[in-house]
Design a protein around this ligand. Sequence first.
Ligand code: PBG
Ligand code: ZN
Length: 327
Amino acid sequence: MEFPAYRPRRLRRTEALRSLVRETTLSPADFVYPLFVMFGTGVRREVPSMPGVYNLSLDQLPAEIDELKALGVPAVILFGIPDAKDEAGSGAYAEEGVVQEAIRAIKAHDPDFTVITDVCMCEYTSHGHCGALDEHGCVMNDVTLEMLASTAVSHAEAGADMVAPSDMMDGRVGAIRSALDAEGYSEVPIMAYSAKYASAYYGPFRDAADSAPSFGDRRAYQMDPANGEEALRETGLDIAEGADIVMVKPALAYMDVIRRVKDEFGYPTAAYNVSGEYAMVKAAARNGWIDERRLVLETLTGFKRAGADIIITYHAKDAARWLKEGE
Ligand code: PBG
Ligand code: ZN
């Protein structure tokens, strides 16, 4: 007996048929928008390598939040650009630090908008590394854990809804979890940058946050791009230490890692579509070499198809607008 051949094109004939069998849908509710905050007033400084992305002074935040809310984007992740840096990165955990003040400014304007904070030292240290240095210029793990824990607690005190450690020190999720619990913030979740690679794709971010290391690189703490198995070990450790959401970063060159992490752990999984990924798209679009709208929506859909539940992306506002237009 002869079986009818499966003819996939039957279901591609019209948009209605295609949408009936579509496996993955993208929504503005999946997005987290990164914000670079600084002191001062009236500052809206475009990052040269990231067209459409700005360093914003605190007074600009309410309007920014209103815009995101209107677009259906539910959350921001904050990065701070402090007025001054020092050896100890004290601006990271200062009660009146720039991120702490930004959290207060957003929460005063809209208590319901979700504020996530990046927890790291590199924006605040004079040397630009993600922790405290020993006499050889090597980042000291356990001393750094205390700084990170104080930073996370100071963010929670200011009203952050979630903290996201991006430093890649061993044991930082556990250290932050204990400190938050001890200070009465057991309800504040941790989104861990679990599989964070030592990547060339962070270049534009380091312009935006003025956080490039003044010597050396981050390969002694961030992951080797060649390693996939290790991503599962790193993620497993973070989950054992209390991570609520795990992250893969960057996203585009690590789609396989997103899929493996999702399959292995079944945890809420975030993909960070990083600055260099954004800059490449913007540069090509400016040259008229690609269709920006189609390319961005295709890429973001790819992250979801790979297993991401949450997408941290500088394209969030544009993508949310395009998705709304397409409704
Ligand atoms: C800080 C941090 C970085 C990014 C997020 N948090 C930079 C780095 O590790 O050098 C990169 C984000 C991006 O490139 O968009 N540790
Ligand atoms: Zn860092």
